[in-house]
Design a binder for this molecule. Structure first.
Ligand code: 3PG
Length: 357
């Protein structure tokens, strides 16, 4: 895919320049401590580049929960970089003026500020005035048309960070794939995932629909699903008989509830994976958060050993792979959950559209 956006490499001399870096620091926190800094590690190349090039960088990020603070992330980042924490825009402005070349200012959770989620133009202009250059490193938030993602770049020269670029380059492989190509989609929320199933039934050789999404297909086929998690809308009949569509051939039940895919299903996926050239996977096979992890972990191992190019993403999927200690066995690990799915469905994101020159 030709990238029609410029990257941070094209941003010229950054010495003493104030850089607005949209970055995803929405990392797991427990007892006010960062317990998983994977996302921070993935942005290291961009952070190092800005530090080495003498920029004064404003880090702008969010917590999903508006009420939560980014202070624990500041605690983590200050082990790595010269950085100060700014609770307000005014504090950020002053800190950026005083900043030494190559240092950072972390702004408090941007979702606490009015105008961010509404992408109010006056707000976007105001936060843009804190900087000279805009860089989007937050691919995993770029499905949100918020001010820090789509508003600010309208007012500043704008570039993609290294992780953002890597995400677009790697996920785009699913649009003109090497074959055989397996697309594996799990989790729930069939309503939001239907466009993906439709799209990949035409692009991939096999589309494995797993997790709660499969229950919708069982239900549509008239098979008993008991009190299993199902969606509110029905699975379209027209897709039911598509020969590329695969669902678990055996399932694990807890009472009358389907909670995971069974061993035969994992073996079927392993066999397909061995023959595949490209595999894209997002979403657990079972009720992962309730401890039904065997199907998800079995598929993680099967993919890691497949020899195919493997692209994976999604919170629970990555948690399973990380728990097995096999993250590095995958060709590309997307930091995006919702953003990965939306990019795969639409081949773009609101935050990518505004980076075009
Ligand atoms: C994520 O964790 O996937 C991103 O940070 C987006 O978070 P959000 O769902 O709170 O927008």
């Amino acid at each position: 895919m030709t990238l029609n956006f410029k990257t941070i490499r094209d941003s010229g001399n950054l010495r003493r320049k104030r850089v607005f870096l949209a970055i995803d620091l929405n990392v797991p926190i427990q007892d006010r401590k960062v317990v998983d800094n994977y996302r921070i590690t993935r942005s290291k190349k961009t952070l190092d580049f800005l530090a080495e090039n003498g920029a004064h960088t404003l880090l702008v990020s969010h917590r999903t929960n508006e009420a939560e603070s980014l202070a624990p992330v500041y605690g983590k980042l200050k082990e790595l970089y010269p950085i100060v924490f700014a609770k307000t825009l005014e504090e950020a402005r002053i800190a950026l003026e005083k900043a030494k070349n190559g240092s950072f200012v972390l702004l408090e959770n941007i979702r606490q500020l009015n105008g961010e989620q509404e992408n109010e133009e006056a707000f976007a202009k105001k936060i843009a005035s804190l900087a000279d250059v805009y860089v989007n490193e937050a691919f995993s938030s770029s499905h949100r048309a918020y001010a820090s993602i789509v508003g600010v770049p309208k007012f500043l020269p704008h570039y993609a960070g290294f992780l953002f670029e890597e995400e677009v380059q790697n996920l785009s492989k699913a649009f003109s794939p090497a074959h055989p190509f397996l697309f594996i989609l799990g989790g729930a929320k069939f309503e939001t995932k239907l466009p993906l199933i439709e799209k990949f039934l035409s692009v991939a050789d096999e589309v494995w629909v797993m997790g709660a999404l499969a229950n919708d297909i069982f239900k549509a086929r008239g098979e008993p699903v008991g009190s299993s998690r199902v969606s509110t809308t029905d699975f379209p009949n027209a897709l039911l008989h598509n020969p590329k569509l695969r669902v678990p051939s055996d399932v694990v039940r807890s009472g009358d509830r389907i909670v995971d895919a069974g061993e035969k299903t994992v073996a079927d996926i392993r066999a397909s994976a061995r023959a595949a050239k490209l595999i894209v996977w997002n979403g657990p096979l079972g009720e992962y958060e309730r401890g039904f992890t065997a199907g998800t972990e079995g598929v993680a191992r099967a993919l890691a050993e497949s020899g195919a190019e493997t692209i994976v993403g999604g919170g629970d999927t990555l948690a399973a792979i990380a728990r097995l200690g096999i993250l590095e066995k995958f060709s590309f690990v997307s930091t995006g959950g919702g953003a990965m799915l939306e990019f795969l469905a639409n081949e773009t994101l609101p935050g990518l559209e505004v980076l075009r020159w």
